[in-house]
Design a protein around this ligand. Structure first.
Ligand code: HEC
Length: 190
């Protein structure tokens, strides 16, 4: 046997190299199907969502270079498949008005709680971080009544309530006082 030809370290490197090459044969599906029922607006809301959410929650994914290199590509593919199945802005108008209203609230909640966009995504996409202004845009949208989702221009008192709650949301972990105010804001929008 030729066991002495390569040191243990070299053998491990060769095995790793072969494994990485073999992994490349398992590519993910990077297709972007047509957006059949896309979210129509309002423009400021769309801008926030496009910047921070569309990579995983639409058919307009901007596939990064590491989506072409296994094993990172598997993680990206998993995020996108899973993300699209939960919420897809390219198929938004297929949802009923009730479901859209519910989803708008959930969107704001996930964003305000810092659950979305996911923190590992933010590591590589710092431009997707949400500012206080982005959050208040999403909050106004979530408080808009059923028919107003596409043309929301919140009443002044609504915007005020949103701004007052901004600071409260910052210490959400300390107490759950924010949610009552949220509902008040929602009521006054109807
Ligand atoms: C890196 C990919 C990625 C990005 C970017 C992303 N999401 Fe998600 N999102 C997911 C995945 C994966 C899930 C499903 C698993 C989970 O809930 O963690 C999900 C789930 C959700 C859900 C459903 C939660 C539920 O309980 O059903 C909402 C709402 C949501 N995301 C909103 C957003 C919003 C709003 C943004 C942008 C501010 C965003 N996401 C950005 C990957 C992403």
């Amino acid at each position: 046997m030729s066991g002495s030809r390569f040191s243990l370290g070299k053998r491990i490197l060769i095995i790793l190299g072969v494994a990485i090459v073999v992994m490349q044969f398992f590519q993910i599906d990077r297709s972007n199907p047509p957006a059949t029922a896309p979210l129509a607006g309002p423009a400021p809301v769309k801008a926030v969502l496009e910047r921070a959410c569309y990579d995983c929650h639409s058919n307009e994914t901007r596939w990064p270079w590491y989506a072409y290199v296994a094993p990172m590509s598997w993680l990206v593919g998993d995020h996108v498949t899973h993300g699209r199945s939960e919420l897809n802005f390219s198929e938004w108008r297929n949802l009923s008005a009730e479901d859209r209203a519910e989803m708008r609230e959930e969107i704001y909640e996930e964003a305000a709680e810092g659950e979305m966009p996911p923190s590992d995504y933010l590591l590589l996409h710092s431009d997707a971080a949400l500012s206080a202004e982005d959050l208040s845009t999403l909050r106004d949208w979530s408080a808009a009544s059923y028919g107003d989702e596409a043309k929301v221009s919140p009443a002044p008192q609504l915007r005020q309530a949103a701004e007052q709650n901004e600071s409260k949301n910052a210490n959400r972990e300390n107490g759950a006082s924010g949610s009552e105010h949220e509902e008040e804001a929602g009521e006054s929008g109807h």
